[in-house]
Design a protein around this ligand. Structure first.
Ligand SMILES: Nc1ncnc2c1ncn2[C@@H]1O[C@H](COP(=O)(O)OP(=O)(O)OP(=O)(O)O)[C@@H](O)[C@H]1O
Length: 229
């Protein structure tokens, strides 16, 4: 699903790499936490997966494709197979809950009939049945995140990337969001989630990848501990 081979990233005008010689593989169906202190390289890692950035050295493969060899016009097609969820929800404020979710289908050319069928289904799945016509501003933070997850999931992505999805939520609401992401994972969608929340990581007992100053320092599922030199 994701493969990093000796990936380093140095941003323009920087001397210190944001990622240093990172190699790892995420298999189809896994749920993986990406952890590390602020500035350790988590967002850079996710941006490379989304091909919002390119590597300085090394290769990134996503869904079997070498992203360096993917022509620019094929990037949107690749991203359609991914769902993204962010800390700040990123909903369209002037569209209803249903319209926010439908939009994700409209942009990829789904028919109105398909959209009418799948939007209520996915809103039920995320626990928002009955709130289709609300505006995002009329929802709690947890509900807004559920809309964002519905939007990310409505096209049944192979890979869901979540960047601090519980960062703006209280602990109890966060548990609900994690249960939902777990449920989505159980449908077969691979989940890669960056987080600072150690409680969540402890509770979920999933694979944990830890970055420190751009290096992979822990990959729990594979029994790799300690620094890579
Ligand atoms: N666009 C950029 N240009 C230059 N340097 C950058 C850029 N984005 C990130 N960096 C640097 O790369 C390093 C890794 O940053 P990154 O945002 O990947 O860390 P992070 O682990 O996601 O941090 P946080 O938890 O605070 O979001 C940091 O030193 C950061 O300053």
């Amino acid at each position: 699903m994701i493969r990093f081979d000796n990936v380093s990233k140095v941003y323009p005008k920087q001397t210190r790499p944001a990622l240093r010689d990172v190699s790892l593989e995420v298999e189809k169906g896994e749920f993986v936490f990406l952890v590390g202190s602020s500035g350790s390289g988590k967002s850079t890692f996710l941006r490379l997966v989304l091909r919002e950035e390119r590597t300085t050295h090394g290769q990134v493969h996503v869904l079997g494709k070498d992203l360096a060899r993917l022509s620019n016009w094929k990037v949107p097609q690749m991203r359609r197979q991914l769902g993204t969820v962010f800390q700040d929800f990123r909903l369209l404020p002037n569209k209803t809950v249903a319209e926010n979710v439908a939009f994700a289908q409209e942009v990829i050319g789904k028919s109105p009939g398909e959209i009418r069928k799948s939007v209520p289904q996915v809103l039920d799945l995320v626990g928002l049945g009955g709130k289709e016509d609300r505006m995002p501003g009329e929802l709690s933070g947890g509900e807004q995140q559920r809309v964002a997850i519905a939007r990310a999931f409505v096209n049944r992505p192979k890979l869901l990337i979540a960047d601090e999805p519980t960062g703006n939520l209280d602990p109890q609401t966060s548990v609900g969001i994690m249960k939902l992401l777990d449920r989505i994972n159980r449908t077969g969608t691979t989940v890669l989630m960056a987080t600072h929340d150690q409680n969540i990581v402890d509770q979920m007992r999933k694979r944990v990848i830890e970055l420190e100053q751009g290096r992979l320092v822990r990959d729990q599922a594979r029994g790799v501990y300690g620094y890579q030199h």
